[in-house]
Design a protein around this ligand. Structure first.
Ligand SMILES: Nc1nc2c(c(=O)[nH]1)N[C@H]1C(S)=C(S)[C@@H](COP(=O)(O)OP(=O)(O)OC[C@H]3O[C@@H](n4cnc5c(=O)[nH]c(N)nc54)[C@H](O)[C@@H]3O)O[C@H]1N2
Ligand SMILES: Nc1nc2c(c(=O)[nH]1)N[C@H]1C(S)=C(S)[C@@H](COP(=O)(O)OP(=O)(O)OC[C@H]3O[C@@H](n4cnc5c(=O)[nH]c(N)nc54)[C@H](O)[C@@H]3O)O[C@H]1N2
Ligand SMILES: [Mo]
Length: 798
């Protein structure tokens, strides 16, 4: 795929600026420079030593100005995460109760700028570029074209998308859905930016149609967390409030790179540290954000002084965390045996948990040598951290994709729960479980019903409220949806946001599967690969984003979202939309529901039109269906919104079958890496949001001007007969007879454990086998991909 930047020849670039402001003349050339850098090649330097600070601020403003111009930039960035503003579409980290005037970070600013860009993609663009040509563009080039402005249809056999009316678009979609032999032949995907209101309406429409085929990005993200927490503590969400971080004695950040992916979390960690907490990082890579942080929101940070964050940095082997958590628990049990009553919270164990004896017995039998082998750490390292646990009055463990995307992720996370249970570190101030969510409303979407297997109580509640019988058979998750499309068991794919073609594993297999569909439909803000890898027919439906003004018949609307710590708050966009034809997600869904379900026997009784006119009516329905949303509308008016109930956190009650928190016995599992191979993790650079690539740099890791790099330990490079800078192909090692090759990567010598490697997602998704997913959660194993490095089959770029 080649990278290129083009404009809409009929005006998107030059004439049809849609807001009061125009893109400054220099802006487009700057974007072009970014792309030129990709082609002109890669520069590898040493990793940065500090995160954020002035370079972060400058970088954020630069990106914002380029995409939005000065007026829109000012108008937008001052409203991010403010009480009457919009929720940052960047990540799900919560906002502080006392907000600073600039409650955003470098990467939040980039996310906002990408959405609020003044560039547009309209009919002329699609007339000019055949889909086959666009399929050769890279992610950055597709995304940089700007906001989608018109509904467009790719007819069967056509080479180009053509503009259609909304009526025509709905007719195509309703026609295909109605023609299916069963509702289960349709797949309705959701990405985690969708608001509560849209998610609730969408899930209801899909169940009203008759299926639970509601896969979502969470299947690829924190599903392992949800699975592990639901089984052990009875609720699939984290158990801490933001304020708990400042009350903690020990905060462990495992498998997470907050400097890039949750930059506002660094401020919270810095505060925690100032309040006396120890911070421990567990990560195969020495991520700069965890090492040293200059807060750009504080004068000392902007001036370049800052905080050394991590007190300890444990450079664990990929997939070795379960060994670490078991080793820590083993150490605590040994301390307790030596000084009974001094280490474990025996009252809590006896009164609120079950399974402790079996768990303790299994750990006593665990050889330290196995802990060392799994983690790559020494027994002494593990015991030293164990001593910190023993000394801590309140401990929090935070994690993200480094723990969730492994074959044994669920077992690993259940061992995190057990470790915290030992000292009663759940449900009291300063302690708890902190899965740090990705998309800004991914947690809320689940609460609203976006899940292929919602609990019975939810089904009962919607059946009661809307007078119908929702389907109870479990639906397809992300992996199963790809298999169903591949095997001809599903024929229509609808994406409520996201980039299914690119975010999913096994790109080759997934693209084949999507191409077999009769119809693919994407409700999107911006162009991406899922628009150019299509079924026989394809629709693109342009929608409003978080920053956009949403006006319906009853006036201006707000929506609401739930952050990573179960706080729900309102989000109100203010910017003029990219064109008159854009519709809100709620409007698109409710109108589709009206047309699809009208007269259908057994359909839910819903005033879809009324919902569209006034989103307060949707919230009123939610407040009657979803526990914790009582008085929804009024509580959204409270500054900062409201926090949903979480029984373990609030009252130490556990909705497990026994009513107790559960210790579990999990066999220690860790990857074996055959000689000549490397275990690859696929990660985010500092210059991307998931499949949206902002640019070719990864400043913190010392990479500029290119993304096709693979980070390898220098000794492994030498063993493989390679040198830093060599051009290699990454070839999957998986015994299903299918070749998976990501061609043309520069080897970069990097500080990572032996046998481990790293490269960027989504370029490497081609290497993740569809059949390789975590036990129980079925999350693709994006951090555990066995590869060989081969001499490159592509010529070196000039
Ligand atoms: N700017 C920006 N912000 C984002 C996103 C984005 O793309 N860009 N994406 C959003 C989304 S959807 C999500 S889910 C989050 C993702 O946030 P992260 O989980 O921080 O994202 P990754 O880049 O996947 O980084 C995984 C981290 O885990 C480490 N790791 C990998 N394997 C292991 C392991 O086996 N053990 C341990 N201990 N560590 C390991 C990696 O070295 C890396 O530091 O960020 C959200 N926020
Ligand atoms: N190899 C590998 N694969 C991974 C991961 C990994 O670490 N490694 N991470 C996984 C994770 S954690 C996640 S969450 C998934 C992400 O999977 P997705 O959520 O499917 O992907 P995104 O790249 O976030 O989706 C971006 C697209 O969403 C659309 N969009 C943006 N804002 C809006 C909006 O407000 N409304 C609508 N309707 N559309 C909008 C735009 O068109 C944009 O192109 O990827 C997963 N895939
Ligand atoms: Mo995610």
């Amino acid at each position: 795929m080649t990278g290129r930047i083009t404009g809409d020849p009929a005006g998107g670039r030059a004439g049809a600026q849609h807001d009061e402001e125009r893109v400054p003349a220099g802006a487009l050339r700057r974007a072009q420079d970014v792309d030129d850098a990709t082609l002109s090649g890669l520069r590898v330097g040493p990793p940065a030593t500090h995160a954020a600070g002035l370079p972060g601020v400058a970088h954020a403003l630069d990106v914002a100005l380029r995409q939005m111009g000065p007026v829109r930039t000012a108008r937008t960035l001052t409203r991010v995460n403010q009480t009457h503003g919009f929720d940052c579409p960047g990540c799900a980290w919560p906002e502080a109760a006392h907000r600073s005037p600039a409650e955003f970070c470098e990467n939040g600013a980039k996310a906002v700028a990408e959405e609020a860009t003044t560039r547009t993609v309209g009919p002329a663009f699609f007339a000019h570029h055949p889909v086959a040509e666009l399929a050769g563009w890279d992610d950055h080039s597709l995304g940089q074209q700007g906001r989608l402005t018109h509904p467009v249809l790719l007819d069967e056999g056509a080479t180009h998308y053509r503009p259609v009316t909304w009526d025509e678009a709905y007719d195509v979609l309703v026609g295909e859905l109605a023609a299916l032999a069963s509702p289960d032949e349709a797949v309705f995907y959701t990405s985690g930016r969708t608001s509560n209101e849209a998610a609730f309406a969408y899930a209801l429409m899909v169940r009203g149609f008759g299926t639970n085929n509601l896969p979502d990005c969470s299947n690829m993200c924190h599903e392992s967390s949800g699975s592990a927490l639901t089984e052990t503590i009875g609720i699939g969400k984290g158990s801490v409030h933001l304020a708990d971080l400042e009350r903690a004695d020990l905060v462990v950040v495992a498998g997470q790179n907050p400097g890039t992916n949750h930059p506002r979390m660094l401020t919270a960690l810095q505060r925690a540290k100032a309040a006396g907490a120890r911070i421990v990082a567990v990560n195969p890579l020495r991520e700069v954000g965890l090492l040293h942080f200059d807060d750009p929101q504080r004068p000392s940070g902007a001036l370049g002084r800052g905080t050394d964050l991590a007190d300890d940095y444990l450079q664990v082997r990929l997939g070795g965390d379960q060994g670490l958590f078991q080793g820590l628990a083993k150490h605590l049990l040994e301390l307790e045996a030596a000084r009974p009553g001094s280490v474990l919270d025996t009252a809590f164990l006896a009164g609120s948990t079950e399974g402790f004896e079996d768990y303790a017995a299994a750990l006593r039998a665990l050889p330290w040598a196995q802990v060392e082998e799994a983690t790559g750490l020494t027994e002494a390292d593990v015991r030293a951290l164990g001593d910190r646990f023993a000394a801590s009055r309140a401990t929090i463990v935070c994690w993200a994709m480094g723990l969730t995307q492994h074959p044994h992720a669920v077992a690993t996370l259940k061992d995190v729960v057990s470790l915290l249970l030992l000292r009663g570190d759940i449900g009291r101030p300063g302690a708890g479980l902190c899965p740090v969510r990705g998309h800004s409303n991914v947690q809320g979407d689940r609460t609203m019903g976006i899940f292929e297997r919602m609990p019975t109580a939810y089904h009962d509640a919607i059946d009661r409220e809307f007078g119908f019988t929702s389907p109870r058979a479990h639906g397809l998750d992300t992996v199963a949806a790809i298999e169903a499309l591949r095997d001809g068991r599903a024929h229509v794919f609808v994406g409520m946001g996201g980039n299914f073609a690119r975010a999913t594993p096994d790109t080759g297999a997934t693209e084949e599967a999507l191409r077999r569909a009769r119809l693919t439909v994407q409700v999107s803000t911006k162009l991406n690969r899922s628009h150019v890898v299509t079924g026989r027919r394809a629709l693109i439906l342009p929608t409003l984003g978080r920053t956009d003004r949403d006006v319906q018949a009853s006036g201006r609307q707000r929506v609401s979202v739930e952050d990573s710590m179960s706080a729900v708050h309102a989000s109100t966009g203010r910017l003029k939309p990219a064109g008159p034809l854009l519709r809100s997600e709620v409007a698109i869904i409710t109108e589709l529901a009206e047309r699809l379900l009208a007269g259908r026997p057994g359909a839910p009784r819903v005033d879809w039109r009324g919902w569209r006119k006034d989103y307060r009516r949707i919230r009123a329905a939610i407040s009657r269906v979803v526990p914790g949303f009582e008085d929804y509308e009024a509580r959204l008016d409270e500054p900062g919104g409201f926090v949903l109930p979480h029984p373990p956190r609030d009252t130490r009650t556990f909705a497990t079958p026994s009513g107790r928190a559960r210790f579990t016995v999990n066999a220690l599992t860790y990857p074996r890496i055959p000689p000549g191979t490397l275990l690859l993790q696929t990660i985010r650079s500092h210059d991307q949001f998931n499949t949206t690539v902002y640019g070719p740099d990864d400043r913190y890791r010392g990479i500029r001007g290119g993304r096709r790099v693979v980070f390898v330990h220098p000794a492994d490079l030498a063993d493989l007969g390679l040198a830093a800078g060599d051009l290699v192909d990454l070839v999957g090692v998986h015994d299903d007879g299918r070749e998976r090759r990501a061609a043309g990567f520069r080897a970069v010598a990097y500080d990572t454990p032996r046998g481990n490697a790293a490269a960027y997602y989504p370029e490497t998704n081609v290497l993740v086998p569809l059949s390789s997913y975590a036990a129980v959660s079925r999350t693709p194993t994006s951090k555990s991909v066995l590869v060989r490095l081969e001499p490159a089959t592509v010529p070196a770029p000039a």
